[in-house]
Design a protein around this ligand. Structure first.
Ligand SMILES: Cc1cc2nc3c(=O)[nH]c(=O)nc-3n(C[C@H](O)[C@H](O)[C@H](O)COP(=O)(O)O)c2cc1C
Length: 401
């Protein structure tokens, strides 16, 4: 396997001196490291030190080494970028897509995983501007680490310290390992919500936006897998984020079953994230139903259980099957208890249980998941953005493989 290339971005915090230790640790682990300091960082530590530690030339401005187009080349060649320390200023500029130094250009051009380790005074860290910038960056999939609590520059102490270089190095190396851990694997993900037609213009549907499935497809691709996304009624603006995956569009539960059975043969991992209608109208009119002035009863018939169908032959066909269960709790049991019972019943290798409600779980919001094995054991519980949860889910899948 080729050596990984890691860009260490350094912005102008006093913790910049610790980035020297981070560089040493990453090199010791076998990585090829390129340092990209901001002009403010070079007032804290010297270019000579960084060139000696990395063994690579250090550039700061976009205009330097213009023949090598460093502002995009660094990003294109990197397996991961880590910014440590990340100042309030660099976090803010990254959030807004500003590119007035080489590090910011590199971040804007990056398609690889980006980890940012913030460091600043407590007042700056807790300022609503920074809080919002961090939330937006995380929602876009940038891995903004938490801060430590302790001694800051000067006499004060509190939250805002950069994590120690050892912890950052470990995190970045694990991130790089993830970019390859599904190489050569074929992953099929279903996303969105099915629509069960009543007549040519009306349907029974659900609130699923397809965002979670799209984040799962992105995560699988970022880990080197070949990905097929089977999307049921997902808006184009959501599908945009799944760029690079093979797309199969379906409408109803029966279309979904046909597509999933076809795509799953030959797949290594199948993640059934779509919200599939349990029932469909018995009758689908060929013409628009007219108003009669009377009450109307619609008879429904049960749809096929796609997850159970995919799980049935999974061992024989050598694939790992992951299901999703959107649950609501009631007075009898919690959402998780219903999820555990379902995991035992369905026979998928893993079941991701997420609690949903009118304002919970659907669309562009954080979510909480519990990942349950087929024997009912809860293997992971986590909460956060859908892109973060997608990472947690594939970590659990890797462990199970
Ligand atoms: C001694 C010193 C220490 C600083 N430490 C920090 C820090 O830890 N975090 C931070 O956000 N800004 C810190 N600053 C302020 C930044 O250097 C300043 O906002 C600068 O514009 C950041 O530019 P950059 O993000 O392009 O590196 C410090 C400034 C000085 C002079």
């Amino acid at each position: 396997m080729s050596r990984s290339r890691i860009v260490v971005g350094i912005s102008g915090g006093i913790a910049a001196y610790k980035s020297c230790i981070l560089i040493r640790l990453l090199r010791k682990a076998g990585a090829d490291v390129v340092a990209v300091p901001t002009p403010a960082a070079l007032e804290m530590i010297g270019k000579t030190t960084l060139e000696a530690l990395t063994g690579n030339r250090v550039h700061v401005r976009t205009s330097e080494a213009a023949d090598q187009v460093t502002h995009v080349r660094h990003a294109q060649e990197a397996d991961a970028i880590v910014v440590a320390p990340a100042t309030a200023n660099t976090l803010a500029k990254t959030r807004w897509g500003i590119a007035d130094n080489l590090l910011l250009n590199t971040l804007l051009a990056a398609r690889c995983p980006v980890v940012m380790a913030p460091a600043m005074h407590t007042e700056m860290w807790t300022n609503p501007a920074t809080v919002e910038n961090v939330a937006v960056l995380r929602s876009r999939g940038i891995d903004v680490l938490d801060v430590g609590v302790g001694q800051l520059t000067g006499k004060d102490a509190g939250p805002g310290r950069m994590l120690e270089p050892e912890a950052i190095a470990e995190h970045v190396l694990a991130t790089v390992a993830r970019t390859r851990d599904l190489q050569g694997r074929h992953v099929v993900v279903s996303a969105g919500g099915t629509r069960e037609p009543l007549d040519p213009v009306r349907f029974l549907g659900n609130r699923s936006s397809g965002r979670f499935g799209v984040e799962l497809a992105r995560e699988a691709r970022s880990r080197g897998a070949e990905v097929t996304l089977v999307a049921a009624n997902v808006e184009a603006s959501v599908l945009e984020r799944a760029g690079g995956t093979r797309l199969v569009r379906v409408e109803s539960a029966r279309d979904m079953l046909e597509a999933m059975e076809r795509e799953a043969s030959g797949a290594d991992i199948v993640v059934m994230c779509a919200a599939v209608a349990d029932y469909r109208p018995v009758e689908r009119l060929d013409v628009k139903r007219k108003k009669t002035g009377e009450d109307l009863a619609v008879r429904l018939v049960e749809n096929p259980d796609i997850l159970a169908a995919l799980a049935r032959d999974r061992r024989k066909e050598g694939r790992l099957v992951v299901g999703f269960a959107a649950e609501t709790g009631d007075e009898t049991a919690s959402a998780l208890e219903y999820g555990i019972a379902k995991a035992r019943r369905k026979g998928a290798d893993l079941l991701v249980v997420n609690e949903v409600g009118e304002r919970l779980g659907f669309g562009d919001v954080d979510t909480a998941v519990a990942i349950v094995a087929d024997d009912g054991t809860v293997v992971r519980e986590a909460e956060g953005s859908k892109s973060r949860m997608a990472r947690v889910i594939f970590d659990a899948i890797r462990e199970r493989m």
